[in-house]
Design a protein around this ligand. Structure first.
Ligand code: UD1
Ligand code: CA
Length: 454
């Protein structure tokens, strides 16, 4: 097999997005568009991948990292000009080069592979990935001659009325003989309605010099959607979402309403887990088997054990064990570790804390910067007072302790094993193991007080 290279165009600003964020960085199912393209391309093991950066170059580089090489396009003079910037890296090499756009996030490794195979089997100098579009507006159109052979590509803005009726579009993904590509780019001009150097013009140049041009039409237009504005962005999101959800359903996950369920491309979900509507599973979240997630829950970058339930709750960057019940209406903030069989009930917030096996905080509590043992009961309204306005302090609660309703544990403080804190206590000093601690004013009843004062 000859060498294979890829060039990914990602230098444009994306004016039509009307955004501060550069177009190719807009996320689809939580992942920047250009990252989707790079991930699919890297699956195929190219010898070299060159990303063309310009607008927001630093941020794009930061996003994509060292897996790809970069070439800078200082001025955005068009897609042909963009590819030219890779000449220093690729120009003289023998092999096949695939060019892709950073704004086509739905393209798959399989389709790129099929395109390469078609290109090789046709012994073509260039092969265009095309698609049939019901509404081709905005795309370059494939102009074919009477024999059905590709002659050239005409852009929407340069197309005659007749050409605008063509439904076969240029998807913006191509395969080229590498040397022929860079040679013909030298002949591309900018005399068109946008004053740009168009990459698609290479097709006409090669065709006119008698080279073989092929086209590979995908059946799935959705895969080739180019995102130029936020309407297309939402279409891409819908297609990607459907793809991800169907993959999980085929793998044994029940998704009650796939329209209302949002799962990132990185997430992992175990068999027989049921996901209710309104759920967002993002980042590199891993969910075990037989869990019940949602309705209306958001879980980000977290690990969830088997048979755990998370209802109407938010979990960020945390570890949750097996057989845990969370919610409704709980908030688990970063760096929390909630071990097996814990119960976290309504209006409980947990931040940077560990809860040991079987502990419970069933109602209205705040637990922050705490290390809590197993089988601890945090009663209704009990809170850790971890912050004095300047610094954060730690609370330690040993196994089996019982923290009564509405008590305040003023950190730093340690509550010993099996200790009992009376309801309404404000605890400022350590409590020894097995002790009962009461820290509240005594009740006084003033007999007949109300009657006398009327
Ligand atoms: C392009 C094609 C069009 C095709 C469509 C598919 C051209 C002239 N037209 O149109 O035939 O149907 O894609 O989606 O190629 N870019 C640069 N530098 C530039 C200009 C663009 O890096 O100077 C990058 C952009 O960041 C983007 C990609 O190239 O990722 C495509 O550019 P865009 O302006 O979106 O082209 P389209 O008008 O969509
Ligand atoms: Ca585009």
């Amino acid at each position: 097999m000859s060498s294979r290279y890829a060039v990914i165009l990602a230098a444009g600003q994306g004016t039509r997005m009307k955004s501060k964020l550069y177009k190719v960085l807009h996320p689809v199912c939580g992942k920047p568009m250009v990252q989707h393209v790079v991930d699919q391309v890297t699956e195929l093991g190219f010898d070299e991948i060159v990303t063309i950066v310009g607008y927001g170059a630093e941020i794009v580089r930061e996003q994509l990292g060292k897996k790809v090489a970069y070439a800078v396009q200082e001025k955005q003079l068009g897609t042909g000009h963009a590819v030219m910037q890779a000449e220093d890296v690729l120009g003289i090499k023998e092999g096949t080069t695939v060019v892709l756009c950073g704004d086509t996030p739905l393209i798959t490794a399989k389709t790129i592979e099929n395109l390469l195979k078609h290109h090789e089997s046709q012994v073509a100098k260039a092969t265009v990935l095309t698609a049939y579009a019901e509404n081709p507006t905005g795309y370059g159109r494939m102009v074919r001659n009477q024999d059905g052979l590709v002659e050239r590509i005409v852009e929407q803005k340069d197309a005659s009325e007749k050409e605008q009726e063509i439904n076969e579009i240029n998807t913006g993904t191509y395969c080229f003989d590498n040397k022929a590509l860079f040679e013909s780019l030298k002949h591309v001009g900018n005399k068109n309605s946008q004053g740009e150097y168009y990459l698609p013009d290479v097709i006409e140049i090669l065709q006119k010099s008698g080279e073989t041009i092929a086209a590979y039409q995908t059946e799935d237009f959705g895969e080739t959607l180019g995102v130029n504005d936020r309407v297309a962005l939402s279409e891409a999101e819908a297609i990607m979402k459907k793809r991800i959800n169907e993959m999980w359903m085929r793998n044994g996950v029940t998704i009650i309403d796939p329209q209302q369920t949002y799962i990132s491309t990185e997430a992992m979900i175990g068999q027989d887990t049921v996901i209710y509507p309104g759920t967002v599973i993002s980042g590199s979240t891993e969910i075990g088997t037989e869990c019940i997630i949602g309705p209306n829950s958001e879980i980000k970058d977290s690990q969830i054990g088997d048979s755990t339930t998370i209802k109407q709750s938010v979990v960020y960057d945390s570890y949750i064990g097996a057989n845990v019940a969370i919610g409704p209406f709980a908030h688990i903030r970063p760096q929390s570790k909630i071990n097996d069989e814990v119960r976290i009930g309504n209006f409980v917030e947990i931040k940077k804390s560990t809860l040991g096996k079987g502990s419970k905080a069933s109602h209205l509590s705040y637990i922050g910067d705490s290390d809590i043992g197993s089988e601890v009961n945090f009663s209704c309204g009990a809170v850790t007072v971890n912050y004095d306005g300047k610094n954060k302090f730690l609370t330690k609660i040993e196994d089996g302790a019982f923290i009564g309703c509405n008590s305040n544990l003023i950190a730093p403080v340690t509550i010993g094993k099996n200790a009992l804190i009376a309801a309404g206590s404000t605890i400022t000093d350590d409590v020894p193991s097995e002790a009962l601690s009461i820290a509240r004013a005594r009740q006084t009843n003033k007999e007949e007080y109300v009657k006398k004062n009327n």
